[in-house]
Design a protein. Structure first.
Length: 80
């Protein structure tokens, strides 16, 4: 891991989060989120959800509703 660039570390973390979401675990998606995380979607949370605890509470309402699925990250770009 010491040889990984910051970009690779960030992409690894993002893929781990997406793996959880695509496995049907919406709360796991933000498990390592920052305390000042914000979340928005156009389906349920049609207003900005502020703060990690509030986002986790919202995502708990989606448990059991996210079907297991595949995803693909194409041409990712990380800006530092």
């Amino acid at each position: 891991m010491a040889d990984e660039t910051a970009e690779e570390v960030i992409l690894t973390q993002e893929r781990a989060a997406l793996d959880r979401w695509s496995a049907g675990d919406p709360v796991g998606y933000v498990q390592d989120g920052a305390p000042d995380l914000t979340y928005f979607d156009d389906i349920g949370a049609q207003a900005l959800v502020d703060g990690l605890d509030a986002v986790k509470d919202y995502l708990k309402t989606l448990e059991g509703q996210i079907p297991v699925h595949r995803y693909e990250v194409e041409d990712p770009k990380v800006q530092l």
